[in-house]
Design a protein around this ligand. Structure first.
Ligand code: BTN
Length: 324
């Protein structure tokens, strides 16, 4: 059954009840058929309230990305020139990886309204509700040796932080290596997965999750202390199209700078945006916990930490705790 006639009855009546009798008469269908259709619309992101006496009222209309507008604004770009859009996927990482294996070009982008098995770092889940965030993965084919792959995470984090700050004016900072935070709460994460042959990177799949318009109810209760969204922090909704376009443009530019001039300029930008430097912090590393003051990046993208005895330790992989 086509949803259009039913939705038309609620047009310009958001929040007002429309009686079951009226819907039934106008559409020439039974009350049960209406109820089934409402259930389907709810599964697609609409939110109705039902009252036995009053009928149904529409409380929320899902936000769908305007893919045509995105494609037209990205046609001059390398990043996002090939745009693959889906409503529901397991994880955009899987799609981008399969495409990369099939030879997809650099800049091929996979974008979804919703992920049902979104992945974060360290095997964690990534909350990716429908129509509320930016869930995307892109194929990169950088001409750098494999041990430079972590640098790409930082290039991506800098581009994301700069573009989101520009759009929202919110106080967003980068926690090493790749979390974007507002007041200590995460609003975005980056997951890089790569495939290599000998010392050469065959491809990198860069996954980016941005919690743009999520409400508190979209997060599991246990995450609310550590995660937030641009809309919760800023008290307004943001255009996801704008976020995608601004970020991809910034990212393409910084990635070009990185390929041409190396990691040096990125380190300077990263350090200016970092919220990880200069404060005593615990780092959970695969070799055990250490405490120290992060003081900067080394040339590979690892973080240099000053320990209590004054020595400097270079940490390549860790989860950073709250400042102590
Ligand atoms: C993290 O901070 O743990 C990384 C989160 C990465 C999430 C994004 S959302 C798009 C892409 N698809 C996934 O399954 N994960 C990444």
């Amino acid at each position: 059954m086509n949803h259009e006639p039913l939705l038309r009855l609620f047009e310009n009546r958001t929040g007002e009840y429309v009686s079951g009798e009226r819907i039934s008469q106008e559409l020439g269908v039974s009350r049960t058929a209406i109820w089934k259709q409402i259930r389907k619309l709810e599964a697609a992101g609409y939110h109705f309230e039902a009252s036995r006496k009053l009928g149904y009222r529409l409380l929320n209309v899902p936000d769908f990305l305007d893919v045509e507008a995105l494609a037209s604004r990205l046609q001059e770009n390398v990043f996002g020139h090939s745009l693959n859009y889906f409503e529901t996927v397991e994880s955009t990482q899987n799609l981008a990886r399969a495409a990369a294996e099939e030879g997809a070009k650099e800049g091929t982008l996979f974008l979804a309204e919703q992920q049902v098995s979104g992945r974060g770092r360290m095997g964690r889940n990534w909350v990716s509700p429908r129509g509320k965030g930016v869930w995307m993965s892109m194929v990169l084919r950088p001409t750098v040796p494999i041990h430079f792959a972590p640098q790409l995470t930082l290039v991506t984090a800098v581009a994301l932080c700069r573009s989101l700050k520009r759009i929202t004016s919110l106080p967003i900072g980068i926690k090493w290596p790749n979390d974007l935070l507002i007041d200590g709460k995460k609003i975005s994460g980056i997951l890089l997965e790569s495939a290599a042959e000998d010392e050469r990177l065959r491809y990198v799949v860069a996954g980016i999750g941005i919690s743009v318009n999520l409400d508190e109810i979209d997060f599991p209760a246990e995450l609310l202390a550590k995660a937030t969204s641009l809309s919760i922090s800023g008290g307004q909704k943001w255009s996801r199209e704008e976020v995608i376009i601004e970020f991809l443009k910034e990212w393409e530019q910084l990635y070009g700078l990185y390929q041409d001039e190396g990691f040096g300029p990125i380190v300077t930008l990263w350090e200016a945006l970092s919220v990880s430097l200069g404060r005593l912090t615990r780092l959970i590393t695969p070799q055990g916990d250490i405490e120290g003051i992060p003081i900067g990046l080394d040339e590979s993208g690892a973080i240099r930490v000053k320990l209590a005895d004054g020595s400097i330790k270079t940490v390549f992989s860790a989860e950073m705790g709250e400042p102590l």
